[in-house]
Design a protein around this ligand. Structure first.
Ligand code: OAD
Length: 273
């Protein structure tokens, strides 16, 4: 590995730890029919399209993101729930926060945008999805090549001995059946390493892609924030609000993920007919 990951080391997750963006003078577009048509053309003609998603991909499913008004980090300090220190210093608070998130997740489902990405993969228009989301919705919607960079709220382990655990054990507040340790979801906390398979798969897909669609992320969390700058192909950003990284993209489509993906799907189908 080279570039922003010195010494080939697998990076740990850090907030606001931004490195320099690619400055390619990317043209920032507005959401116009011509942008949708052009991006649909890129999708149809690309040999390998990678998708990178963040919490904005799932807000239309009813799951809050982190940094928008109403996002998780506007309600709770991430240092109190999303770090190893938080888990180790106030485990009951940590456990209750994730129990509430898992309960909330049970009431939500993937939306049309998740299903469209899965359909596009089946049609050969998308080849890999890398996600910072821990909701499992890309897999649930049928996407097959999915790299869950920040882990998943659907699997569990003991923080102390690493043994696998089951969801009911965590939800019922039980201790590890092997060592009596603290159970946790298999999510990545700030200061922890990303899962190596997911990280290496996502990096390879993004480097290999001739088109990368980045959807619903503030690009504020390292190292995922660096992935778009590793792309050699065209870069498209579908996001509701402007971010500090908009300038590196060839096209920025301002809008809701599900709606923009549906509009792109309309163009793709029209071109197919
Ligand atoms: P953020 O909350 O930082 O950013 C979400 C982005 O999605 C914002 O720029 C919103 O404008 C946009 N957005 C919201 N709804 C949208 C919609 N319907 N369609 C399109 N865009 C929409 O979430 P992430 O960038 O995913 O990590 O956050 C990255 C990481 O920070 C998370 O994985 C989590 C968090 O701390 C850890 O906890 C390790």
């Amino acid at each position: 590995m080279s570039g922003p990951f010195p010494g080939g080391r697998r990076p740990v997750v850090q907030s606001k730890e931004r490195k320099k963006s690619r400055e390619n003078g990317g043209v920032v577009g507005v959401t116009e029919r011509s942008d949708i048509r052009e991006v649909a053309h890129w999708i149809r003609t690309s040999n390998y399209t990678a998708v990178l998603t963040g919490a904005g991909m799932s807000t239309e499913s009813g799951i809050p993101d982190f940094r928008s008004a109403g996002g998780w980090w506007r309600q709770v300090d991430p240092r109190k729930v999303a770090t190893v220190e938080a888990l180790e210093t106030d485990y009951p608070f940590f456990r209750d926060f994730y129990r509430a998130r898992i309960e909330g997740l049970r009431a939500c489902r993937p939306h049309r945008g998740h299903y469209l990405l899965a359909e596009w993969e089946a049609k050969g228009w998308v080849h890999a999805v890398a996600t910072q989301n821990v909701d499992g919705f890309h897999l649930q919607a049928g996407s097959r090549t999915v790299y869950e960079l920040h882990g998943s709220l659907h699997t569990f382990r003991c923080h102390d001995c690493g043994s696998p655990a089951e969801e009911p054990e965590f939800m019922e507040g039980r201790s590890c059946s092997r060592c009596g340790g603290r159970l946790r979801p298999n999510i990545v906390l700030f200061g922890e390493l990303l899962p190596s398979d997911a990280w290496e798969g996502a990096l390879a897909a993004i480097r290999w892609a001739d088109l990368v669609l980045v959807i619903g992320t503030s690009l504020e969390v390292y190292p995922v924030s660096q992935l778009p700058s590793m792309a050699k192909g065209k870069l498209v950003f579908i996001n509701l609000e402007p971010t500090a990284e908009d300038g590196m993209f060839d096209r920025v489509i301002r809008g809701k993920a599900g709606e923009v993906l549906a509009a792109l799907d309309g163009e793709l189908r029209a071109a197919e007919a």
